[in-house]
Every structure is written in structure tokens, then in C-alpha cells.
Design a protein around this ligand. Structure first.
Ligand code: NAG
Ligand code: NAG
Ligand code: NAG
Ligand code: NAG
Length: 397
């Protein structure tokens, strides 16, 4: 009797000591207890959000986001609003219409999809015809100076405004010499391209009232606007709002250039780019502000740092697991044709080789992470519409 009480007491003391040690250790290691708890119980309130519309802007790291959404759709057996027939985008640069989506008959029964993320020019009423009411809308923006620089290299042979000029610096020194506004759609890559993708007029004067009204309309519709320059912070915030798992938002950079095809502008060129793309500049400034406000409201600096670190550690793990030599390759080095990215303009677009000898399940997971955009569109199309002829990828034919 006596010894039983004694051992109970000892046991109690031991537990108390252990709790105290953990507590002191936590303080010593400067660990936020709430953070610790949140990782232990990584269950956010409610199930993951599965109805998502991503407005894919051009030259903004959006292909990497597309890969994240495609992977989520494929592994969760969700339906994707894919381009009709042999197309690879949803009618861009024309304003989006519901009938650009495979399986949507204008006079047929209503059909809704879970995920929509291929290139399109935003047109809300038509998007609403194919996306459910509770859809989460988000998009990505990039500093317009760098966006334009990337666009110039990528669309060098495509946009008439860029064709006849040797450098972006020269273009910006006298844009009206090269940019013909009445050529309309073929020149959209050359001025305020993000503003255009959002469904607005990229040649409108940047008047205060017009800009404010357009930004307010965007605020109304998009629950989140992420920022390419802060990609990891963006993924942390996206994951939190969608209530997804960490691995769902871990990605490798896709459709990006080798350093060789990146040029930087002079300070004067940058200022000219800001003036030339004044609408995009206002757009970016505004949403860069709201992005950080949202990050601080949702996470706070300490938790943000911890979650970004978690994301980066996991990315490094997956790079080491999946990728040959742990990093990107230029297209001539990529042995599996299906993993070669589409090349455009003067850009040298990189891709990946997978590490040989992966077990089947890991291989499937890694392949999804490095699958270039066009190949992934074609792959999902075949899964979703096995009875239709498969999409042909012209540069692989
Ligand atoms: C995926 O969805 C299709 C149709 O929506 C269904 O027939 C199939 O059983 C689902 N598969 C899994 C693994 O959930
Ligand atoms: C711009 O394009 C229009 C339509 O093709 C053409 O008529 C006009 O001459 C062009 N303007 C200049 C300055 O090249
Ligand atoms: C975006 O916001 C961050 C944080 O406030 C700031 O440091 C950065 O300079 C902003 N970027 C631009 C291009 O204004
Ligand atoms: C590997 O997995 C795929 C897809 O799950 C399956 O179709 C294939 O038969 C598997 N291959 C082997 C060798 O197990």
C-alpha cells in the first residue's frame, strides 16, 4: 500500500519533471509553442478546398502553379476545365467563353469542374458558367519590369512590337516606333500583359478612377493574389487558405530560363518599363501591399518564417530524391522526350531528368512534379476524355 503510493508519487514527479524540461527546452530553443502545436496537429479547420480557379498570367512563374494544381487534381481525382479539342489554352488572347472548355455544350446540361487554370483572358460571367459558386479564385503577379523582360525574350518572334527591335532597352527608348496599338491582340505581350489577362484594357490610360475601379473589381473576385518575387511565402499562404498538405504545394521551378537568356535593364530602362506598363505597375504595387497585409494577418512573421523553411527543406528533399544531379537541365540533356519543355523565342527553357532507379510509386510522384505544361495538359485530357483523340504536342511530333 505504502510502496504503491510511493511509486505513484515518483511517477507523478517524473511526469512533472518531463513537462518542465520540454517547456524549458522550448523556451531555450525559441520555439513558438503555438507553432509547435500547429505542426503536431496539422489539421486545419475543415476539409481541403477543391474548387479552385487560377488565373494564369504570362511570364510570372504561373507554370509552376499550374503544375501544383494539375497534380492536386490528378491525385484527388478532380475534374479540370481543359481546353477543347487540340487546343492548349482556353481561347487566349480572346476573352474566355465557356465553350472553350472540353465537354461544355452551350445548349447542353450545365457542367461544372473543380479546377480551372489554363491560360485564358478573364471573363467572369463565362467562368461562372463552368465553375461552382464556392470556387476559390486566385492569381499571380510579378514585378512588371521583370515580366516585360521575360516577355520580350519569350515572345521575341511572336509579338510584332518586339520583332523589329534588337533589345528591350531600345524598345523602351521609343516604344511607339515599334508598338502599333491597332494590331490589337497580337501585341498584348508587349504592354500591360497582366492587366490584359485579367480582362481589362491594356491600352487604357492609367487614370486614377479607372485604375481604382478595376482594382476594386479584382479585390471583389480574387480571394488571393500571390507575388512571384515572394513565391515561397505565396505557397505558404495559399496552402493555409486552401487547407492543403505541405507536399501539395511543394514544387520545382518549371518553364524557366537559363541565366544565359536573362538580361537586366539599366535603371533608366526600368523606369521606362514602369511608365510603359503603368497599369501593370499600379496593379503590382497594390497587390504586393495587400499580399503582405494578408500574410501578416494570417500567419505573423515567426510562423511565416518557420513554414517557409519547412517548405524549402521539403523541396530540397524532393530534389535530392527525384532529380538527376539534383537540379535542372537544358533541353538537349533531357533524355525522356516527354519531359522536354516547349522552347520559345530566344529563351532557353530548362527542364529535368529523373533520377534513375526510382521505385514505381516514387517515379509516378516525381514525374508529375517535372512534367512540362503541354504534356500535362495532354495527359489529363486523355485521363478525363479517353474516348476523344489525344492532344498532339506539335514540337514532340
Ligand atoms: C474518379 O472519378 C471517376 C468519375 O468522377 C470515378 O468513376 C472513379 O471511380 C474515381 N476514382 C477514384 C480513385 O476515386
Ligand atoms: C498600324 O496597323 C494598322 C492596321 O494593320 C495599319 O493600318 C497602320 O498603318 C499601322 N500603323 C503604323 C504606324 O505602322
Ligand atoms: C513589395 O512589398 C515588400 C514588402 O512591403 C517590399 O519590401 C517591396 O519593396 C515591394 N516591392 C515593390 C516592387 O514595390
Ligand atoms: C507502375 O505504376 C503504374 C501506375 O500506377 C502502373 O500502370 C504500372 O503497371 C506500374 N508498373 C510496375 C512495373 O509496377
Amino acid at each position: 500500500m505504502l510502496s504503491a503510493t510511493g511509486s505513484l508519487q515518483r511517477c507523478f514527479q517524473a511526469i512533472l519533471l518531463l513537462a518542465l524540461t520540454v517547456f524549458l527546452l522550448a523556451i531555450f530553443l525559441n520555439v513558438d509553442i503555438r507553432l509547435l502545436m500547429s505542426f503536431l496537429g496539422d489539421k486545419a479547420e475543415g476539409p481541403p478546398i477543391t474548387n479552385v480557379m487560377f488565373l494564369k498570367t504570362h511570364k510570372t512563374a504561373s507554370s509552376t502553379v499550374l503544375n501544383i494544381l494539375f497534380r492536386f487534381a490528378e491525385t484527388h481525382n478532380l475534374s479540370v476545365a481543359l481546353p477543347v479539342g487540340s487546343q492548349f489554352h482556353l481561347g487566349y488572347p480572346w476573352l474566355f467563353l465557356a465553350r472553350y472548355v472540353e465537354g461544355v455544350e452551350p445548349s447542353g446540361p450545365k457542367r461544372h469542374f473543380n479546377i480551372m487554370c489554363n491560360h485564358l483572358r478573364f471573363n467572369l460571367p463565362e467562368v461562372q458558367k463552368v465553375m461552382p459558386k464556392d470556387t476559390f479564385y486566385f492569381t499571380i503577379l510579378r514585378n512588371p519590369v521583370f515580366q516585360l523582360e521575360s516577355s520580350f525574350v519569350y515572345y521575341k518572334h511572336h509579338a510584332p512590337a518586339f520583332r523589329g527591335v534588337a533589345s528591350l532597352e531600345a524598345f523602351l527608348a521609343s516604344p511607339w516606333t515599334y508598338y502599333n496599338q491597332s494590331l490589337g491582340l497580337s501585341n498584348v505581350y508587349a504592354r500591360n500583359n497582366m492587366w490584359f489577362d485579367l480582362g481589362f484594357d491594356n491600352n487604357a490610360p492609367a487614370e486614377e478612377g479607372y485604375v481604382r475601379a478595376s482594382l476594386a473589381a479584382m479585390e471583389q473576385r480574387f480571394q488571393l493574389v500571390i507575388i512571384a518575387e515572394h513565391f515561397d511565402e505565396s505557397m505558404v499562404l495559399l496552402r493555409r487558405l486552401l487547407r492543403w498538405r505541405l507536399d501539395d504545394v511543394v514544387s520545382f521551378s518549371l518553364n524557366f530560363r537559363s541565366q544565359r537568356s536573362v538580361t537586366s535593364l539599366t535603371p533608366e530602362g526600368r523606369e521606362r518599363a514602369q511608365r510603359w506598363c503603368a497599369l501593370d505597375w499600379r496593379l503590382y504595387q497594390h497587390f504586393n501591399r495587400t499580399f503582405w497585409a494578408k500574410v501578416h494577418a494570417e500567419l505573423g512573421p515567426q510562423r511565416l518564417r518557420a513554414e517557409v523553411e519547412l517548405l524549402q527543406v521539403r523541396r530540397h528533399e524532393l530534389e535530392a530524391l527525384c532529380l538527376q544531379d539534383g537540379g535542372p537541365k537544358n533541353q538537349l540533356q533531357i533524355t525522356d522526350r516527354i519531359l522536354r519543355p516547349y522552347q520559345s523565342g530566344k529563351a532557353d527553357i530548362l527542364g529535368y531528368n529523373l533520377r534513375p532507379g526510382l521505385d514505381n510509386q516514387t517515379l509516378q510522384m516525381c514525374r508529375r512534379m517535372v512534367m512540362p505544361e503541354l504534356q500535362y495538359v495532354a495527359h489529363l485530357y486523355t485521363l478525363q476524355f479517353p474516348e476523344n483523340p489525344p492532344k498532339k504536342i506539335p514540337f514532340l511530333e
